[in-house]
Design a protein around this ligand. Structure first.
Ligand SMILES: *[C@@H]1O[C@H](CO)[C@@H](O)[C@H](O)[C@H]1NC(C)=O
Ligand SMILES: *[C@@H]1O[C@H](CO)[C@@H](O)[C@H](O)[C@H]1NC(C)=O
Ligand SMILES: *[C@@H]1O[C@H](CO)[C@@H](O)[C@H](O)[C@H]1NC(C)=O
Ligand SMILES: *[C@@H]1O[C@H](CO)[C@@H](O)[C@H](O)[C@H]1NC(C)=O
Ligand SMILES: *[C@@H]1O[C@H](CO)[C@@H](O)[C@H](O)[C@H]1NC(C)=O
Ligand SMILES: *[C@@H]1O[C@H](CO)[C@@H](O)[C@H](O)[C@H]1NC(C)=O
Ligand SMILES: *[C@@H]1O[C@H](CO)[C@@H](O)[C@H](O)[C@H]1NC(C)=O
Ligand SMILES: *[C@@H]1O[C@H](CO)[C@@H](O)[C@H](O)[C@H]1NC(C)=O
Ligand SMILES: *[C@@H]1O[C@H](CO)[C@@H](O)[C@H](O)[C@H]1NC(C)=O
Ligand SMILES: *[C@@H]1O[C@H](CO)[C@@H](O)[C@H](O)[C@H]1NC(C)=O
Ligand SMILES: *[C@@H]1O[C@H](CO)[C@@H](O)[C@H](O)[C@H]1NC(C)=O
Ligand SMILES: *[C@@H]1O[C@H](CO)[C@@H](O)[C@H](O)[C@H]1NC(C)=O
Length: 722
C-alpha cells in the first residue's frame, strides 16, 4: 500500500534557507531545541548514533538528523525519524513544537502511551506512529487537530475504543489507518459525523463490533475501505456503498456480515457496487454470507481484478455473466455451496491467473475451454463432484503451476499431454476414479517442485522410470492404487524428496537401496504391498527420516534399532513375518551367545576316510588359512545364531585339525561320548577352554549330515550342560 499521493511533503521543505545562518539566538528555535533535547532524553536506545548530531553545541537544530525547519530557520516544522531503531517513550515535550506540521516516527520501538499533549500541535497535518509498540488508548485529543489529514497509528498495541472526536471532529481526515491493533467497540460515527475528505479508511485486524456506520456514505470520495478481520456484523452495507462511486478497494473479509432478506439475497449488495466503476478488488471471504450469486455480478466494474468470496454459504450455480469481468485475474469462490456445472464462459476470462472453486458441490465435466485461458497459473477444482475425464486441453497452459483436481469423481486416464505443462509445480489428482497407467510424459515432468499426488485412484501398471527426472519434487504420493512391478532404483535420483508414499499397491521385489541416498527423506511409507528382501541398511544411515512404514509386506531379515530406526516401534514393521531384530516390540532374531552351544558340522577332507563335525560351546580361535576351504559349516536353524557383532568369523569358526587332535586327546576312547549312525562323537576342550563335541563322519554317508547332526548336537548340548 504505497501512498505516493502523500509523499509530496517530502519535497515541500527541501529548500532550506542558507541565509539564516545565525538564527540560533531566536527564542523560538531555542525553545524548539530544548523540546527536542527533552524528547531525546526519553529515547533509551543506546545507539544514539541514529541521532548523533543532536547534542553538539556547534550544530544548528535545523541541521540535526531528521529535523526540518521553515525557510527562516526559526521553527521546527517536520520531524522524520522513520526506521531509526529508537526505543523508549515518546516525550510530551514534542507538543511544544508549536509549528510542527509533520511528525513521523514510523518503524521504531517506541512503547508506552501516545502523549495526549500531541493534541496541542494545532498545525499538525500528518502524524505517523505506525509500527511501534505503543499501547493504551488513542487520546481523544488527536481528534482536535483541525489540519490533520493523515493519521497512521497502525501496527501498534493500542487498545480501547476509537475516540469519537477522531472520526467526528477530525473533518479534514483524508487518510486514517488504525489497523493491526486491539481496538474494540463500535466504529464511532453518528449521523452528525462527516468525513467528507476521507479517501482511505483502514481499520483491519482489530476487535471492532457493530455495523458499518451509515454516515460513511457522506465520505463520497473514499477509495479504500479495509475493515477485514474484525467482528463487524449486520447486513452488507449496500446503502452506503451505493454512494461511493470512487471506491477501488473494498475489503470486508473475516467479519460476520450477512446478506439481505435474512441472509438469502445478494442482489442489493451487487447492485450497490455497480456504480463503483473504479472498483478493482473486493473481498468478502470468511463471513457467513448466504444467497446465490446474482447475474448482475456481470454488471460490476470491468476494472475488477480480484474477487474473493470464499468461505461463505453461497449456493446455486456460478452465473455465466461473470465472464463480463474481463480484467479478472483472481476469482476465489472456494468453500461455499455452489452447485451445477462450471460455466464454460468462465474460460472467456482470458486474464485469469488463479481460479479457486474448491470445496463446493460443482458437478459435470471440467470445461475443456480452460485450455484457452493463457495465463492460468493456478486451478483448484478440488473437493467437488466433477466427473468425466481430465481434458487434453490443459496441455495449452504453459503457465500452469498448480493443478488441484483431487476429491472429485474424475475417470478416464491421465492425459499424457499434461506433460506439456512445463511449469507445473503441483499436480494433485488424488481421490478420483482415474485409471490406466501413469504416463511417462507426466512422470517425467521435471518442473514439479512441490508434489505429485496420484493417490487413491485406480491406476495400474508400473511406476515409470521417468519419475527419476523429478529432481526437485518434495513429495510423491502414489498410494492406494493398483500399481505393480518393482520400485525402480532410479527413484534415488529424486534427490529433493521428503515424502514418499507408495503404500496400498501391488508392488513387488526389494526396496531399492538407493532410497537410502535420499538425504532429505522424512516420511517413507511402502506398507501394504508385496515387497520382499531385506530392508536396506542404507535407510538407517539417513539423518532426516522420521516416519517409516514397512508394514504388511514380505520383508525378511534382521532389523536393528540403530540410526534412523532407533525411534521406531513394531508399528512400522507389522505383518512381515520374516523380520526379526531389536526394534521395540519385534521378535528378536535367534542369537548365538557365548555360553550357548554353537553347532557346526565340518567335513574335513584331511581325514581320508572320515569326515569330522563338532559342536562347540564357545567361539573357537581362528583357523589357519590352508584349512579354510576344507570345512563345510552348518549353522543350526533353530539354534541361536548371529549375535549382534555376528561377523563371518563367529558364524564360521575355524579350528585346525591339530587343535582338534589336541582337544580330543587324539580322538582317544576316553573322549568318546557316543556313537551315532554316521560315526563317533568325541568331547574335547580347546586351548581357550571352549568345550566342543566332535563328530567324525563316515564320508560315504555324509548325505544328510545337517539334519541329523543338529538333532545330535541338541542332545550333546544337554549332556554337556549337565
Ligand atoms: C549533551 O551534552 C552535554 C554536555 O556536552 C551533556 O552534559 C549532556 O548529557 C548531553 N545530553 C545528551 C542527551 O546526550
Ligand atoms: C513546554 O514549554 C514550557 C515552557 O517552555 C514548559 O513549561 C513546559 O513544561 C513544556 N511542556 C512540555 C510537555 O515539555
Ligand atoms: C501487525 O503488527 C505486528 C506488530 O504488532 C507486526 O509485526 C506485523 O507485521 C503487522 N502486520 C502487518 C500485516 O503489517
Ligand atoms: C471539535 O471538538 C471540540 C471540542 O468538543 C469543539 O469545541 C470543536 O468545535 C470541534 N471542532 C470541529 C471542527 O468540529
Ligand atoms: C451524512 O450521512 C447521514 C447518514 O447517512 C445522513 O443522515 C446525513 O444527512 C448525511 N449528511 C450529509 C450532509 O449528507
Ligand atoms: C447508478 O448511477 C445511475 C446514474 O448515475 C443512477 O441512476 C443509479 O441510481 C445509480 N445506482 C445506484 C445503485 O446508486
Ligand atoms: C482493464 O482492461 C482494460 C482494457 O484492456 C485496461 O485498459 C485497464 O487498464 C484494465 N484495468 C485494470 C485495473 O487492469
Ligand atoms: C481462496 O480460498 C481458499 C479457501 O478459503 C483459501 O484457502 C485460499 O488461500 C484462497 N486463495 C486466495 C489467493 O485468497
Ligand atoms: C468445505 O466448506 C465447508 C463450508 O464452508 C466447510 O464447513 C468445510 O469444513 C470445508 N471442508 C474442507 C475439507 O475444507
Ligand atoms: C443446486 O442447489 C439448489 C438448492 O440450493 C437446488 O434447488 C438446485 O436444484 C441445485 N442444482 C443442481 C444443478 O444441483
Ligand atoms: C490452445 O490455445 C490456442 C491459443 O492460445 C487456442 O487457439 C486453442 O484453441 C487452444 N487449444 C485448446 C485445446 O484449448
Ligand atoms: C495426497 O492426497 C491424499 C489424499 O487426498 C492426502 O491425504 C495427502 O495429504 C496428499 N499428499 C500431499 C503431499 O498433498
Amino acid at each position: 500500500m504505497g501512498f505516493r499521493k502523500f509523499s509530496k511533503y517530502s519535497f515541500l521543505f527541501l529548500f532550506i534557507s542558507f541565509f539564516a545562518v545565525s538564527c540560533e539566538d531566536n527564542v523560538q528555535i531555542l525553545n524548539d531545541r530544548s523540546s527536542l533535547l527533552s524528547f531525546l532524553s526519553g529515547v533509551t536506545s543506546d545507539p544514539r548514533q541514529a541521532l548523533k548530531n543532536w547534542n553538539s553545541s556547534d550544530s544548528h537544530v535545523c541541521n540535526w538528523v531528521g529535523i526540518h525547519c521553515n525557510n527562516d530557520r526559526d521553527h521546527v516544522i517536520k520531524i522524520d525519524l522513520r526506521g531509526r531503531s529508537l526505543t523508549g517513550k515518546i516525550s510530551p515535550s514534542l507538543s511544544n513544537l508549536s509549528f510542527l506540521t509533520i511528525l513521523d516516527l514510523t518503524g521504531n520501538f517506541f512503547e508506552g502511551q501516545i502523549p495526549a499533549e500531541l493534541g496541542r500541535l494545532s498545525l499538525l497535518e500528518q502524524l505517523s506512529l505506525s509500527f511501534n509498540f505503543l499501547e493504551g488508548n488513542i487520546p481523544k485529543e488527536l481528534g482536535f487537530l483541525p489540519k490533520m489529514y493523515y493519521l497512521n497509528l497502525g501496527s501498534n498495541r493500542l487498545s480501547g475504543e476509537i475516540p469519537m472526536p477522531l472520526l467526528c471532529n477530525g473533518s479534514s481526515l483524508q487518510y486514517l489507518d488504525l489497523s493491526n491493533n486491539s481496538l474494540s467497540g463500535l466504529i464511532p460515527m453518528n449521523d452528525q459525523c462527516e468525513l467528507r475528505d476521507l479517501r482511505f479508511l483502514l481499520l483491519w485486524s482489530n476487535d471492532l463490533v457493530g455495523q458499518i456506520p451509515k454516515s460513511l456514505s457522506n465520505s463520497s470520495i473514499i477509495e479504500w475501505i479495509d475493515l477485514e478481520s474484525n467482528s463487524l456484523s449486520g447486513e452488507l452495507p449496500s446503502d452506503i456503498l451505493a454512494h461511493l462511486p470512487l471506491l477501488q478497494y473494498l475489503y470486508l473479509s473475516y467479519n460476520n456480515f450477512i446478506s439481505h432478506n435474512g441472509n438469502t439475497n445478494l442482489d442489493p449488495f451487487f447492485s450497490s457496487l455497480s456504480n463503483s466503476s473504479n472498483l478493482q478488488e473486493f473481498e468478502l471471504a470468511g463471513n457467513n454470507i448466504g444467497g446465490a450469486l446474482p447475474p448482475i455480478i456481470g454488471d460490476l466494474s470491468t476494472n475488477l481484478v480480484q474477487i474473493q468470496l470464499d468461505e461463505n454459504l453461497i449456493y446455486g450455480s456460478i452465473p455465466p455473466q461473470i465472464s463480463n469481468l474481463f480484467n479478472l485475474t483472481l476469482l476465489n469462490l472456494s468453500h461455499n455451496f455452489l452447485n451445477g456445472s462450471i460455466p464454460h464462459e468462465i474460460c472467456q476470462l482470458e486474464r485469469l491467473e488463479r481460479l479457486y472453486l474448491s470445496n463446493n458441490s460443482l458437478s459435470g465435466e471440467i470445461p475443456s475451454a480452460f485450455g484457452n485461458v493463457p495465463h492460468l497459473g493456478l486451478l483448484d477444482l478440488s473437493n467437488n463432484k466433477l466427473s468425466g475425464s481430465i481434458p487434453d486441453s490443459f496441455a495449452n497452459l504453459s503457465q500452469l503451476r498448480r493443478l488441484f483436481l483431487y476429491g472429485n469423481q474424475l475417470s478416464g486416464t491421465i492425459p499424457p499431454s499434461l506433460g506439456k505443462c512445463i511449469n507445473l509445480e503441483i499436480l494433485d489428482l488424488s481421490q478420483n476414479r482415474i485409471s490406466g497407467e501413469i504416463p511417462s510424459e507426466v512422470a517425467g515432468l521435471s518442473s514439479l517442485k512441490l508434489y505429485l499426488n496420484l493417490s487413491s485412484n485406480f491406476l495400474h501398471g508400473p511406476i515409470p522410470l521417468e519419475l527419476s527426472k523429478m529432481d526437485m519434487v518434495l513429495a510423491i504420493e502414489l498410494s492406494s492404487n493398483n500399481l505393480s512391478g518393482t520400485i525402480p532404483p532410479q527413484i534415488g535420483s529424486c534427490i529433493a524428496l521428503e515424502h514418499l508414499n507408495l503404500s496400498h499397491n501391488l508392488l513387488q521385489g526389494p526396496l531399492p537401496t538407493t532410497i537410502g541416498q535420499l538425504t532429505y527423506l522424512r516420511d517413507l511409507d511402502v506398507s501394504f504391498n508385496r515387497l520382499t528382501g531385506e530392508i536396506p541398511q542404507s535407510l538407517q544411515r539417513s539423518s532426516a527420516l522420521e516416519h517409516l512404514n514397512f508394514s504388511f509386506n514380505n520383508f525378511h531379515g534382521n532389523v536393528s534399532n540403530k540410526g534412523a530406526f532407533s525411534s521406531l516401534s513394531i508399528d512400522s514393521f507389522m505383518g512381515n513375518r520374516g523380520l526379526c531384530g531389536s526394534i521395540k516390540g519385534m521378535q528378536s532374531c535367534p542369537k548365538k551367545r557365548i555360553q550357548h552351544l554353537l553347532i557346526v558340522a565340518v567335513i574335513l577332507s584331511a581325514f581320508s576316510i572320515a569326515a569330522l563335525t563338532f559342536c562347540t560351546l564357545r567361539f573357537p580361535i581362528s583357523l589357519e588359512a590352508k584349512f579354510k576351504r576344507q570345512f563345510s559349516v552348518f549353522s543350526g536353524g533353530e539354534m541361536e545364531t548371529g549375535e549382534e557383532k555376528g561377523s563371518k568369523e563367529m558364524k564360521y569358526p575355524r579350528i585346525t585339525h591339530r587343535e582338534l587332535i589336541e582337544a580330543t586327546g587324539g580322538f582317544s576312547s576316553s573322549s568318546l561320548i557316543g556313537s551315532g549312525l554316521f560315526g563317533h562323537v568325541y568331547k574335547g576342550l580347546l586351548q581357550d577352554n571352549t568345550r566342543i563335541a566332535v563328530k567324525v563322519l563316515d564320508s560315504r554317508t555324509k548325505a544328510d549330515i545337517s539334519g541329523s547332526f543338529k538333532r545330535e548336537c541338541q542332545v550333546f548340548k544337554r549332556q554337556l550342560h549337565s
